[in-house]
Design a protein around this ligand. Sequence first.
Ligand code: ATR
Length: 281
Amino acid sequence: MTEKPDRYAVIGHPVQHSRSPMIHALFAKQTRQKLAYEAIDASPEGLETAVRGFGAAGGKGLNITVPHKHKAMQLCDALGSEAEQAGAVNTITFVTTTRLRGDNTDGIGFMRDLVVNHNQNVRGARILILGAGGAARGILPPLIEAEPADLVLANRTVGRAEAVVAKLGAKIEVCVFEDLGQKRPFDIVVNATSAGLDGRRPPFPAACLTPDSFCYDLAYSLKETPFVRWALERGARRAVQGWGMLVEQAAESFQIWRGVRPDTTAILAQLDRAAPRVNAS
Ligand code: ATR
């Protein structure tokens, strides 16, 4: 009898557009691992049942996506340090059918895309993060660790940014978008907001950019994202979407589960050939 492949899945709501099943299928093929990876739609009320049911049925691991990353953390029996710092889990490993370990690979995936794939120097750089929600919380700890010269966190609701910084205990300046006009421009500008996705113009002042600013959108789309359009229209020469982060965080999850890290350069090139990522790098 042939052995059944190990089962993995991504849980989100909605989830039908998730690229994770395709990315993990490419990883499995490249590393010659036998596994099955599916997408499961679960409402916030149905999350716990979906997660525990997957474990009870012998599932080995889950990726957790919007809007469940915070709630999923509360289901875990043990947490990796990145998950603890971010207050969110994007990777669950079933240590046993009922014992769950939670990790967060978003931050490391972001850093790898920024530093390795896009060749950016974080140490000594002046960095602006726009937004103070879950996405920003995930990338801040590894950014702080990389020792930028300045780190500014701007958010529509300043109290939310202050709360994020207070929890991190690091030297980060906090402000609202309007204050950015009075600040020196930044080397790296990261969009961690959903501003612009409703069709309105992103509310960031152009003064935070120079042509040399590297602009990174944590969001990704088959079209140009509103932030990438905003940055290019305001003179930035390089503005990229978060496709690379998506692939890199997936590779980190794959490594946690399977003990082998896929060659992401080859996978990113393959995805580019299939559907060119819109960017201007
Ligand atoms: P995520 O997990 O994707 O970060 P989130 O926690 O809901 O989602 O955070 C969304 C972020 O986008 C927040 O920083 C939010 O600002 P507030 O904290 O002020 O709500 C920001 N955001 C959403 N819509 C926005 C808009 N139209 N203009 C500016 N910022 C916006």
